[in-house]
Design a protein around this ligand. Sequence first.
Ligand code: ZN
Length: 289
Amino acid sequence: MTFNENANVGGNTARRRGGGIAVAGGGIAGLGAIAVILFQLFTGQDLSSVIPSQPQVASGEESEIQQCETGADANARDDCRLAAGSLVLDQYWETQVQGYSKPQLIVVDQQTQSACGTASNQTGPFYCPPEQTVYIDPTFFGLLRQQFDASAGELAQLYVLAHEYGHHVQNLIGVMDDHPNNGAGPDSNGVRTELQADCFAGAWVGDMTEQRDENGVPYLKEPTQQQIADAINAAGAVGDDHIQQESGGFVNPESWTHGSSEQRQRWFETGYQNGPEACDTFAVPGGSL
Ligand SMILES: [Zn+2]
């Protein structure tokens, strides 16, 4: 239970947009459904946590996230938790960044198109700078649990959302323009950008009980040590070296774009303990990043 049950999260502006698994026999969404069934056959794992319980929306259609009014709703449902999390993140960053403007949050249902490519649980969550939009398919968290041993608990989900918000902040304050993509590798701007987003996420988690609704109710409860460990574990589980070990059996630092698990966890904790001012990953010499 991450949110205070009676906190008012009704003002969120998140939208749900989908690719429609219900389209008979057709399209990539249909293939995705088949892949899920095959996965289940081969592994015998219960996929009830992976298959979304919300009604499907038609391809490309956008809709409001229903029944997302209170913290209790956010505790009960992944899509509402993300929507409520966006409300709290916006409130935090408004106090940290002058002239802050909110990103859009699209909760992806199966898959949808963006200016940055297709969004689905296979691509994972991402931020699309030209649209200033965060895309997250909540079924990604089920895959994270199965593939990378991350517990993907409630706070870990909010950490992933906060990481994408970190990229939005970078976009607003000019980090992406000042440090353009200069290729892969452990000292690259790409790795520094990702580690800074982890640090920004940690900064918010360290301050997350300070944001309150219009009645003064804190949106979020103080995280437990276990929840913080979960979030750090999630950060580690999506580290590039871990993904490479899972997928290929060896680690090639030259292809890193996110940083190692150890680096991601360390920068998350740096932000958590010291706030966003401590997140200048671009000022750190390569060897000690
Ligand atoms: Zn990132």
